[in-house]
Ligand binder design. Structure first.
Ligand SMILES: O=P(O)(O)OC[C@H]1O[C@H](OP(=O)(O)OP(=O)(O)O)[C@H](O)[C@@H]1O
Ligand SMILES: O=c1cc[nH]c(=O)[nH]1
Ligand SMILES: [Mg+2]
Length: 210
């Protein structure tokens, strides 16, 4: 299975705190941002650098900068929004593309309701963010939208992944690297990740049901 599970102690500690059953909206949101920041650090580790010359205080010097056009971060609505600020802390000049998808609770198929992409996607690295990779339907739909717009370098950053979703993405898009804080056990009969986090969107937006 092609996935990078980030084993950093801070990542594992924060993930454990997120799994608390009756966690508050405030705590879930805060931990999601902290985790997103750490996961983004790992996902950007292989970004290419180029050397440029600038005027330093003592004359011309060579410095390194990230090569190419600015990255685009792609939150999948709604829950992906919860990770956005954490990722932007690390890549503050990133452009943001948005994809709105909601899973049909019966069929588990993603239903598209919005998208808005930045330009020149063929020249940008896209980092898709969504806390949950369950069946993989939402992630694959987003990857397909990006590829249709010409995007060639895509990374997927999630907090928790199910083996079923990782396989679905690996099979359809072997070129897309997946980063996660955890590879969990399986999906239950309702398509929820076990042990997972429950409904991440509801927990981030405070719409969680009793
Ligand atoms: O891998 P999949 O089976 O497609 O499931 C994962 C998707 O489900 C959740 O979103 P949801 O549809 O609940 O929307 P929300 O973010 O508005 O809560 C989650 O945030 C993912 O986008
Ligand atoms: O476990 C899951 C699966 C889909 N969406 C969620 O928010 N959680
Ligand atoms: Mg949801």
């Amino acid at each position: 299975m092609n996935i990078t599970v980030v084993q950093h102690p801070l990542v594992q500690h924060k993930l454990g705190l997120l799994r608390e059953g009756d966690i508050s909206t405030m705590k879930f949101r805060q931990l999601t941002q902290e985790l997103a920041r750490l996961l983004a650090y790992e996902a950007t580790r292989d970004f290419e650098l180029e050397t440029i010359q600038i005027d330093g205080w003592c004359g011309k010097i060579d410095i390194e900068q990230i090569k190419g056009k600015k990255v685009t971060v792609v939150p999948i609505l709604r829950a992906g929004i919860g990770m956005l600020d954490g990722v932007l802390d690390l890549v503050p000049s990133a452009k943001i593309s948005v994809v709105g998808l909601a899973r049909n609770e019966e069929t588990l198929e993603p239903v598209s309701y919005f998208d808005k992409f930045v330009d020149s996607l063929d020249e940008r690295i896209a980092i898709i963010i969504d806390p949950m990779l369950a069946t993989g339907g939402s992630m694959n739909a987003t990857i397909e939208l990006l590829k249709r717009k010409g995007c060639k370098q895509i990374k997927a950053v999630v907090m928790v992944a199910a083996p079923e979703g990782v396989k679905a993405v690996n099979d359809a898009h072997p070129d897309v690297q997946i980063y996660s804080a955890s590879l969990d056990s399986h999906l239950n009969e309702h398509g929820y990740i076990i042990p997972g986090l429950g409904d991440a969107g509801d927990k981030i937006f405070g719409t969680k049901h009793a």
